[in-house]
Design a protein around this ligand. Sequence first.
Ligand code: NOJ
Length: 545
Amino acid sequence: MHVKDSAPWWRSAVIYQIYIRSFADQNGDGVGDIAGIRSRLPYLRDLGVDAVWITPWYPSPMVDAGYDVADYTGIDPLFGSVADAEALIREAHDHGLRVITDIVPNHTSDRHPWFQAALAAAPGGPARDRYVFRPGRGSGGELPPNDWRSVFGGSAWTRLPDGEWYLHLFAKEQPDLNWESPDVRRDFEDVLAFWFDRGVDGFRIDVAHGLIKQEGMPDLGADGEDVLEPTKRIDHPHWDRDGVHDIYRAWRRVADGYTGERTFVAEAWVAGPGRLARYVRPEELHTAFNFDFLRAPWDAGGLRAVIDTTLEALGSAGAPATWVLSNHDVVRHVTRYGRPHTEGHGPRHDVREPLDLGLGTRRARAAALLMLALPGGAYVYQGEELGLPEAEDIPETLLQDPVWERSGHRVRGRDGCRVPLPWSGDAPPYGFGPDGASPWLPQPETWKEFTAEAQAGDSGSMLDLYRAALRLRREHPALGDGGLRWQTAPEGVLLFSRSPGFACAVNLSGTPYEPPADSEVLLASGPLDGGSLPPDTAAWITVND
Ligand code: NOJ
């Protein structure tokens, strides 16, 4: 048994993100479902991931694709039933896969019974205390209580006919909860227990940095962020307030009351690794997404700086790093890396810049080997193992993301990374659902070459690269949790070793790179030129420790 086998699973897990609406549609209504996931568990097992994270499956009016939850202990009929979820959890476990679900504590749907009760109550009534209601400013209260802005665009406040305003940091159908309320705290601990009792292995915490608002709710001032952009500010009135940490200490106690290493991962867009490390202190959450890695440019210096600051900051909290390149909120990285400006995560990604998908794909292949060689855990967003590019030509009339409307048609939003997966065949719906079913977002005509069926067994395909890398990662004692050592390399080349006997080289320079003479190539992201790595190519190699 390797040392890594005795460490908790979440310190080195590769977790596959299932965006449930777009993964697999068994009943043919155009939207993915639990039955679809169950039918594809063997695919995930064979891919070689350790766990799945499933995006919200709860009853929801779907204003924000399920991140507007109307009942935290139910399943939306669109996706199945609680019994289906239980069956999925059991079957995943039988395949050796853990299951993480999404919890959305910053806000509910406006259809949640808590908000409906708050609406029915008079201003100042106790039912309103679960949310953030305030009188307006101006002589008649006609101005919002402050200048806070919705992440999706526009004011973060909506006024009710009775004159009070309520806060929503996202869509107006997503009222923010008041985490100063003991009822809110108790109810969410009950929700955690409900799903832990049903066997889930952990939770991904949505907007983990948003729950506590500064007392007095002061104005943001002129430096309000742009739509979907994370904050760079530390003393922000509604992001990353110190008070959130009490909540997570209490949640950790709930998780620790269960057997089987239940875990949390925080979605916290905060100002750098130092702030992120506060979420993963020993008595708080286990891990947090590393968005700085995702936002880093395709550039050796930029990537190395993020890797170093991440490992240092999280390591000093005793927590493992996580590495992530894509998710359902950002432009797919094949596309990000195919444009001249590779930095940032893409809501404002400039589609007018020329796109070279061949280049983006080569870099994405190299990035996969980099990510999977780094110490800690990693996330794979569904479809990245197929090399899917962003769908940038969805007709405006079909866009579903609330960002499109709320930004006044300035930002198209996130639909381009949420298009249903192509599994097989040569025409839509490409096996996503039964023939004739029409997916909730249109799939590009060009996707027949991206299907899992077309790629399986093709040694040059993205799918085969991910399978090979994940297989090696499982077998090789140097990979997963642990540390790394940088080795001397020419400018523009990242070279680090991990014990025993492993190194990863990534050539981000414009010229070929010759790996150390006595090394042997275990896996490369693209064809080698003689013994050397062409630009935008990575390799896993053997080295002497
Ligand atoms: C983050 C989620 O990933 C995103 O999809 C959602 O719109 C917001 N949180 C609001 O819940």
